[in-house]
Structures are given as C-alpha cells and as structure tokens.
Design a binder for this molecule. Structure first.
Ligand SMILES: *Cc1c(COP(=O)(O)O)cnc(C)c1O
Length: 405
C-alpha cells in the first residue's frame, strides 16, 4: 500500500523499511519517508470526513502494508478542548488542551505502540521488550497482549504503583529495576541475543515516532487545517516532539496546512532537564547529566534521551524553547487543571506550569493560540492508600458538626 523507506536524518542514507532499525550506521536517527505524491491521491480533506475516529484514519501516513496487520484498541482522535476560564486575565488568543489521557492505556503512548506493534506484527516478531518509566510499558503490554506477543517490561522501582499493576493486568512479564530508565534499557540490550526479544525502546524502531506523529495530524485537522501558534509538550525520550515536527513537514508537503510551524516548547522537571540545559547552553548535543537525578519518576525523567539531539534542533527550527519547572509548580498546575475538570498527570500538568513560565518571560503574543498536551491521566499516579487527613464522617449530623468546627 505504502511505498515508504527509512532515511537517516544525519547522512540521508536510505534503508528499506523491513530493516526495522532506529539508527543508521553513522548514528543518526532513521525516520520513515513516504511517497507523498502517492499519499496525496487518496488522503484528502474530503476523504477524511468518512474515516474511522482513531489515529488509523491517517493510514497512508503510517508505515503498514496490510490493513490486517493493524493492532488497534481505539487509540487517537482525542478531544482538543478550549479552556476559556484559564485565558481570563491573560494576554493570549486561546488556550486549548489535547486530552491524550483519554487514550486506551491512559496516555499518548497508546499511539506509538499501536503503530510499532502493528509494524512488528507485520514482520512476524513474536517477543517484545521495553525499558520505560511506566506508560510505555503498560502501552506495550496492552498492544502485545492484543497481538498475542510475549511481552517483557522493565521499569524503575519507583515507578507509580498503579502503572506497574496495569502492566501485570495486561499480562506482561513485569520487572522493577534498581536504577533509571537507561539501566532498564541496558538489561534489555544485554539480554537481546539470549532472550531473542525485540527492543521497542525509544528510537529503536521506526513505528513509535510514526504513531506519535498522528497527534500533530489530528491537531491540524481539529483546527480546520490550521496550526496553533504554540504547542507545549512534556519531553522525556523525545519521540513525541519528533513525531509532531514530522507531522508539520508532511502536512506542509501535502499542501494540507500552510503557514509557519507552531513554536514547540519542551517542558521538563527541574533535576532532570538535559533538553533544557542544551537549549540554555546553546549546545548542539544533549549531555548526560552528572550526579544523582533528582526529579520525580515521570515520563519526563530521561537523563539520556535517545532522541535528544534531534529534539534540540527541532525546538530551534520552530523558534521554540525548553523550560524546566519545579515539582511544586507541577503540583499547583495539576490542581489548577483539576479545578477546570481536567485530570492531568504530572507531565500534563507540567505543560500548564511551563506555559506560565514562558508567559512570564514574554514569549507569548496577544493572539497566540496555544495547545497544551495532557499526555496522561492523574489517576495513574496516585498512591493506593486513601489520605487519612481527608475528613471522615459516619452520617449527616457528624458532617454538619464537622463543617461548624
Ligand atoms: C513518555 C511520556 C512523556 C515523554 O514523552 P517523549 O515523547 O518520550 O518525550 C510525557 N508524558 C507522559 C505521560 C509520558 O508517558
């Protein structure tokens, strides 16, 4: 169906897609390149009006040959919701939130793994493994389960407990690692030959970026084929930003959206902020931070982001930037979004905190339309015990009594 190739972003060397590799011999990242003239024939604004309401509506821009290879549980086409009450008192055009927590595994990771597992399914891979801070693990677990693949996930031992439970629920062989996500990645690499598992880690194969790309395609379609001016995105391994940027280029080449690309703003948590450091130092390469990593266990805590160098160049290309926010600011932002009806994970909340930061810096213009990415659900991160400081009552009388105190 699709005539696509893998092309190295650094040296332009081409590979056939069946290689299923994420890096060129030169070390550069490999990205899927489509025959866009061919895509244009069938992927039109008109044709999209009757397509399924999932990310697979953009089938021509996903690297699958046979529709029967597709592994889907209803990912994508999430609401893009305006938050007028958050705009009050600010000099900004519109603030919107992309509700990625509504994906089938409670995070945008569903998209990457629907594409990746479909691609692996097409190529006969039956045993998969992933290093993860949590959401990639539960997403792989769900899609591998659906495809009947053997699944192994490795997450840091401080991973939010409900996400660990979720992996087990989906039937994955689940292991805690005494270390960070790169230590988990090392285990999978070391066991590769002996165990025969396929590593579906960030930038290890071409599917995950392609799945994440559908977030960018959707925003454009939901805004009636226009770009927002600013997108705020919580960055960890980097494939989310790479996917969004790839969507911009493909939509422009297809003639579906015109104008300047949105300014991409990466948010990270203070204590583990390699992307922010590279931007602030005006460096070309992301450097592995020395010493202990202090930030909380979230999807943003990736000290050694596999897509880091490309992310940094993308942020510059789009006139964007990167900002770090504190864990207290993330907590406050989570309350603010919660009070507006949005269940935001720490990463999703960080985008509101990050917006406030760039707003204070004067980087937002009066007419800017801003999209925040709520990449996951608050409920995946709660501790399992009820907070005993929450008032407890037996009946109405006691409640009234309590209120009077
Ligand atoms: C993985 C993850 C991120 C980081 O995304 P990348 O695309 O890896 O940079 C952000 N938020 C959540 C909830 C995640 O699970």
């Amino acid at each position: 169906m699709n005539d696509c190739k893998l092309v190295c972003h650094s040296c332009a060397k081409k590979f056939t897609l069946d290689k299923l590799i994420g890096r060129c011999h030169c070390g550069g990242p490999l990205l899927v390149q489509y025959d866009l003239e061919q895509v244009k024939q069938t992927l039109t604004k008109e044709s999209l009006t009757t397509r399924p309401t999932s990310m697979w509506r953009y089938l021509e821009l996903l690297p699958i040959e046979k529709p029967q290879s597709i592994v889907t549980i209803g990912e994508g086409w999430t609401p893009l919701l305006r938050l007028p009450s958050l705009e009050k008192g600010l000099s900004v055009g519109e603030i919107m939130i992309k509700r990625e927590e509504q994906n089938p595994t409670g995070s945008f990771k569903s998209r990457g793994f629907s594409a990746a597992v479909s691609l692996l399914n097409e190529h006969g891979i039956r045993k998969v493994a992933v290093p993860s801070n949590g959401n990639a693990a539960s997403a792989l677990a769900a899609y591998a389960g659906r495809a009947g693949m053997d699944c192994y996930v490795f997450v840091p031992q401080d991973c939010p407990p409900l996400i660990v439970e979720e992996c087990i629920q989906y039937g994955a062989q689940t292991f805690l690692v005494d270390g960070y996500i790169h230590d988990a990645a090392a285990i999978i690499e070391d066991g590769k030959d002996e165990q025969g598992w396929f590593n579906v880690g960030t930038m290890k194969e071409p599917g995950r970026v392609e799945g994440k790309k559908t977030m960018g395609l959707e925003i454009a379609e939901q805004l009636n084929w226009q770009w927002p001016d600013v997108i705020v995105y919580p960055t960890g391994g980097g494939s989310g930003i790479i996917g969004l940027w790839k969507a911009f280029h493909e939509l422009r080449s297809l003639g579906l959206v015109k104008g300047d690309f949105p300014r991409l703003i990466s948010v990270q948590e203070e204590g583990c902020q390699p992307i922010v450091d590279a931007i602030e130092l005006n460096a070309k390469n992301v450097v592995f931070p020395e010493g202990t990593v202090l930030s909380k266990p979230t999807g943003m805590r990736v000290p050694n982001p596999p897509g880091g160098d490309l992310v940094v160049s993308i942020l510059r290309e789009t006139n964007g930037t990167a900002v770090a926010v504190s864990s207290d600011e993330i907590k406050a932002a989570s309350k603010t979004l919660g009070a507006h009806g949005i269940s935001a994970s720490p990463e999703g909340a960080a985008t509101w905190a990050g917006f406030e930061r760039v707003y204070e810096k004067g980087l937002i213009e009066a007419n800017d339309r801003v999209v925040l990415f709520n990449t996951s659900h608050a409920l995946k991160y709660v501790s399992c015990k009820v907070d005993l400081t929450i008032p407890t009552v037996k009946n109405y009388e006691e409640w009234i009594h309590l209120r009077k105190q």
